[in-house]
Design a binder for this molecule. Structure first.
Ligand SMILES: Cc1cc2nc3c(=O)[nH]c(=O)nc-3n(C[C@H](O)[C@H](O)[C@H](O)COP(=O)(O)O)c2cc1C
Length: 196
């Protein structure tokens, strides 16, 4: 990690980073240094998890051929069986695939452990997305892929789940913030549905 990155990482406030994050779907042809990847992975490792079971495993993919094969498992929008793919992912110099091994969580919490380990995975992914922004990199949470096909590409065992991967690179676009619902629509007081 170079000095500028260390300074950025330490000084950028968490709130600023949250507000700055956007899904980026176009990357420059520029490699991501390994030490920055290590920081992103470390923020995934530091995420909270139910019972501290830490169910997530990470696969860093840099090989072009593998990135292309993974992109071939993706689909646009909700068209799961489409033969179209999210082709912009091919512009990423690297992917981090987040796997969930829920066995320890299920051993502790029973069937509830399945849900808990998926929530754990969301916390890992968001930590990583925020780290990406802190490091002046860019990403987009990808859930639109056929899991069984992706697992084949990466030789992931049957009992491991994959819900998400992150293409990571330097942004080649600068999108406006995507809209959010008005807080008024989201917020209740004391009881569900109750306005102040
Ligand atoms: C679980 C999950 C899955 C997603 N899957 C995809 C995806 O497959 N492809 C994609 O382009 N964006 C995907 N997104 C990104 C959302 O489209 C994006 O977060 C949303 O439109 C808001 O935009 P913003 O991230 O720029 O704020 C996903 C987000 C989440 C949380």
């Amino acid at each position: 990690m170079n000095k500028k990155d260390i300074i950025n990482f330490r000084q950028q406030g968490c709130l600023e980073t949250i507000l700055k994050r956007r899904s980026i779907r176009n990357f420059k042809e520029k490699d991501v240094p390994e030490d920055l990847v290590e920081i992103i992975l470390e923020t995934g490792r530091q995420a909270p998890s139910a019972g501290n079971r830490q169910p997530c495993r990470f696969i860093v993919v840099r090989e072009r051929d593998t990135i292309n094969k993974i992109t071939d498992t993706t689909y646009p929008g909700t068209a799961r069986d489409s033969d179209k793919h999210q082709d912009w992912i091919r512009t990423a110099p690297l992917l981090i695939v987040i796997c969930t091994d829920n066995r320890n969580t299920v051993a502790r919490y029973g069937q509830m452990g399945k849900k808990a380990s998926l929530l754990d995975t969301g916390a890992v992914v968001e930590n990583m997305l925020l780290a990406v922004v802190s490091l002046s990199l860019a990403s987009c949470w990808i859930g639109g892929f056929r899991e069984s096909e992706l697992k084949q590409v990466l030789e992931i065992p049957d009992d491991i789940k994959v819900t998400s991967f992150l293409p990571i690179g330097y942004s080649d676009e600068n999108p406006e913030p995507r809209g959010r619902k008005d807080m008024n629509e989201l917020l209740f007081y004391e009881k569900y549905g109750q306005k102040q």
